[in-house]
Design a protein around this ligand. Structure first.
Ligand SMILES: Nc1ncnc2c1ncn2[C@@H]1O[C@H](COP(=O)(O)OP(=O)(O)OP(=O)(O)O)[C@@H](O)[C@H]1O
Length: 253
């Protein structure tokens, strides 16, 4: 087990946003989190990253309650890229990516070769090496998104949590990002809206509906015509893909 959600319930005021959520992300797998708008994906990811406290239940990181682990230790292994991540200061791209090394440094340690290597690799992997000296404010939305993901990779995480990371990206960068994440030796939990992308890249999928888990399984088990109709309110034809192991969804009018 890598990250586990154990009977999590989370409320805002009297509204129950997440109810009795239990699942586990296995080491090394890419776990897709799907669900209609407002179903609770972002809320769940923030709880998994330890940024919010559940009203009941708990998040376990390798069998330990995340709330009982120091923030620094959590930050050394869990990286979270939020949906609307921003960087206010007018930093250069490489300075933003270097921030990912912060949890690994102490007051006394200088900038090490390991830090340099992690930053270089992250910039390369996200296709941002050529933009390393650009000012943050001068980047396009998609480039900012890739720089944030590079910062998360520079953190050398074992668990990578991403909230709709393909927003703002053109199709080439959407595919290359998902391919990159699928190939990383990390456990990833990734909220996505594109169901065909989830089918192509995710090892398993969890579907949220009104704050509850509606389905949990492999893409082929989960992405059925019935589920698409009942949870997403769309008609679709689903068949095995000729090009990958998952299903292919064709939406019908
Ligand atoms: N700070 C808040 N105050 C009030 N309601 C909130 C707050 N944050 C989330 N909610 C509500 O909780 C529910 C779940 O929101 P959440 O953002 O987790 O959904 P989501 O599945 O990520 O949605 P989307 O696909 O639109 O990004 C929604 O009904 C939302 O209105």
């Amino acid at each position: 087990m890598s990250i586990k959600s154990e009977n999590i319930t989370w409320k805002i005021g009297t509204k129950t946003v997440l109810e009795d959520i239990s699942f586990e992300a296995r080491p090394g797998e890419m776990l897709g989190l799907l669900g209609p708008n407002g179903s609770g994906k972002t809320s769940l990811l923030r709880l998994l990253a330890g940024l919010k406290l559940p009203h009941s239940g708990r998040v376990l990181l390798e069998d330990r309650d995340i709330q009982k682990i120091s923030r620094k230790t959590v930050a050394q292994r869990v990286a979270f890229v939020e949906q609307h991540a921003t960087t206010n200061a007018n930093l250069k791209v490489e300075d933003v990516v270097k921030l990912g090394r912060f949890p690994h440094r102490s007051m006394f340690s200088g900038w090490t070769k390991a830090d340099e290597h992690a930053v270089e690799e992250a910039l390369e992997r996200c296709g941002m090496a050529a933009k390393r000296h650009e000012r943050w404010q001068h980047l396009s939305g998609g480039e900012k998104q890739r720089a944030h993901i590079a910062r998360a990779l520079a953190q050398s995480p074992r668990e990578l949590i991403l909230d709709e990371p393909t927003n703002h990206l053109d199709i080439q960068h959407q595919i290359s990002l998902l391919k990159l994440i699928a190939g990383l030796p990390v456990t990833s939990i990734i909220a996505l809206h594109d169901l065909n992308h989830a089918a192509m890249f995710c090892d398993r999928i969890i579907v949220l509906e009104q704050g509850r888990i509606a389905a949990n399984g492999t893409p082929a088990e989960i992405l059925t015509e019935d589920l698409l109709r009942c949870v997403f309110c769309v008609r679709a034809h689903v068949c095995p893909s000729d090009h990958h192991n998952g299903p292919h969804i064709q939406f019908l009018t």
